[in-house]
Design a protein around this ligand. Structure first.
Ligand code: KG4
Ligand code: ZN
Length: 338
């Protein structure tokens, strides 16, 4: 069984082919980051238009990469939500139309289920076994999920305001970094001598597994305003020290909540996925935590942490194999709880 996966929920056009026997046999990605950079964030209309331009050429490239023709594809998976409505409609319409023309089944996939199962694209020895706790940290979501098996997910906690990636991006913007600034903020933090500023660890002083990150952006903004008042402008060192304080707070907060979720579930495996799981500080922090707890931590390869077609192809494969499929109506769910 060979499944074509199409991801167009935000600002990345991802196309991949997952083969039941060989695993991932093609993976193509086009990032729109440069297109949106001047606007300081994703412009939905521009995103849709660019997905329209890029999706079919990427499908052709994926088929070429795997040395296949359209006749070799047994099913199509597409991201049906959550995400930007126009962007989702592009991938969904193309996927459904190709499936109709090729007379094969198609299935709409939940974007966060893609992130959640992305570690399954690794070699067998590096894949987590069920059950596990998943920490999903992306630009749009921060969630702790109890994962008993494929399709058996229970939300344990989530952000009540900004997602972790969103907080990274907003704070990065305050520090004058281009959108999306998460990775750049993290590089900047590496230049800090550390310990100069201490930001709060939101909602860790009370029970529960929900998050709140908007206050951290405010803490950064207040520190920046104070320094500007005192010195007129920020030095590079100031910026690095603020980035460092911000990152430490996010990482510590996430680690504290992961520990709680593991205690609550009694599980000893932790998966981190989504764009922010590329963050090295976070990986180190959670690695340390799992050493303490004598458990294991798993994450996707860096190219599968951020949005990609491979994770959608994989989830689509599992669901189509299980006999599920979506009907011909072209439907997307911009808001969709997993
Ligand atoms: O999963 P993703 O590609 O897209 C969404 O579904 O949202 O996540 C993108 C987010 C952005 O906020 C980006 O700044 C953040 O992931 N990100 C990082 C790093 N790499 C990407 N945040 C912190 N450190 C990084 N190294
Ligand atoms: Zn994502």
């Amino acid at each position: 069984m060979k499944i074509l996966g199409i991801e167009t929920s935000c600002d990345e056009t991802g196309v991949a082919i997952y083969d039941e026997q060989q695993g991932l046999i093609a993976n193509q990605l086009y990032s729109q980051i440069a297109l949106h950079a001047d606007y300081g964030g994703v412009v939905p209309e521009l995103a849709s238009r660019d997905h329209i331009r890029k999706t079919l050429p990427l499908i052709q490239q994926a088929l070429q990469q795997a040395n296949l023709t359209a006749q070799d594809i047994d099913g199509i998976a597409y991201t049906a939500g959550p995400g930007l409505v126009g962007a989702l409609l592009v991938g969904t319409t193309i996927a459904r139309s190709l499936a109709y023309a090729w007379n094969i089944p198609a299935i709409g996939v939940h974007h966060m289920e893609g992130h959640l199962l992305a570690p399954m694209l690794e070699l067998p020895e590096n894949r987590p076994q069920f059950p596990f706790v998943a920490l999903l940290v992306s630009g749009g979501h921060t969630q702790l999920v109890q994962v008993e098996g494929v399709g058996r997910y229970q939300l344990l906690g989530e952000s009540i305001d900004d997602a972790a990636g969103e907080a990274f991006d907003k704070t990065a913007k305050l520090l004058g970094l281009d959108y999306p600034g998460g990775a750049a903020l993290s590089r900047l933090a590496g230049k800090s001598t550390a310990g100069r500023f201490l930001f709060p660890k939101p909602m860790t002083d009370r029970p529960g597994l929900d998050f709140s990150f908007s206050g951290l952006k405010t803490a950064a903004a207040n520190t920046i305003n104070q320094l500007i008042k005192q010195q007129g402008e920020l030095s590079e060192q100031d910026k690095a020290d603020i980035a460092h304080a911000f990152q430490i707070s996010v990482v510590d907060t996430l680690a504290i909540k992961c520990k709680r979720a593991l205690t609550q579930t009694g599980y000893n495996r932790l998966v981190i996925a989504g764009g922010v799981s590329a963050n090295q500080q976070l990986r180190q922090g959670l690695q340390q935590l799992m050493q303490q707890l004598k458990g294991q931590v798993f994450y996707p390869a860096p190219q599968f942490c951020t949005d990609n077609g491979a994770m959608i192809a994989y989830v689509g494969f599992l669901r189509l194999k299980n006999g599920e499929q979506s009907d011909l109506a072209i439907e997307v769910k911009p808001r969709w709880s997993m």
